[in-house]
Design a protein around this ligand. Structure first.
Ligand code: ZN
Length: 131
């Protein structure tokens, strides 16, 4: 079972997609299993991080800018090599255990779509497997 979601992203930032994930699991009817959240873009990513203090999300963006600044040595004509680096560093997918019909996440964890070169209309997939 594959679910596809669309979202409009900010220029940079983490968009909470935990509720979409919960919705997909509920709709699938799977109680115990695994789900994969996949981002099909080269300047975006998926991650799991804190869902309590919104400063963590803005610090994430600020930190990634420090770690992967735009550099003069970059040759990519589109001018967004920093976003490509961030995308690969964070990763295109997350695997999450499903227990009792819900994603097994820690109390302070949420699932995030990471935009590094927006604003854009993006999509992500949720694949759910029983087992
Ligand atoms: Zn590019």
């Amino acid at each position: 079972m594959i679910f596809e979601y669309k979202l409009n992203t900010p220029s940079q930032g983490l968009v909470d997609i935990t509720s979409e994930l919960c919705e997909a699991i509920k709709e699938s009817g799977v109680n115990e299993g695994i789900c994969v959240v996949f981002c099909p873009h080269t300047t975006a990513a998926v991650t799991i991080n804190e869902n309590a203090d919104p400063d963590v999300r803005s610090d994430f963006v600020a930190g990634m800018d420090r770690i992967f600044p735009d550099m003069e040595i970059f040759r990519h004509r589109e001018g967004n090599s920093d976003a490509h680096l961030k995308s690969s560093a964070v990763g295109a997918s997350e695997v999450i255990i499903i227990r009792k019909g819900k994603p097994l996440l820690g109390t302070w964890q949420g699932v995030y779509f990471c935009e590094f070169d927006g604003p854009r209309t993006r999509k992500f997939y949720v694949k759910i497997m029983k087992g």
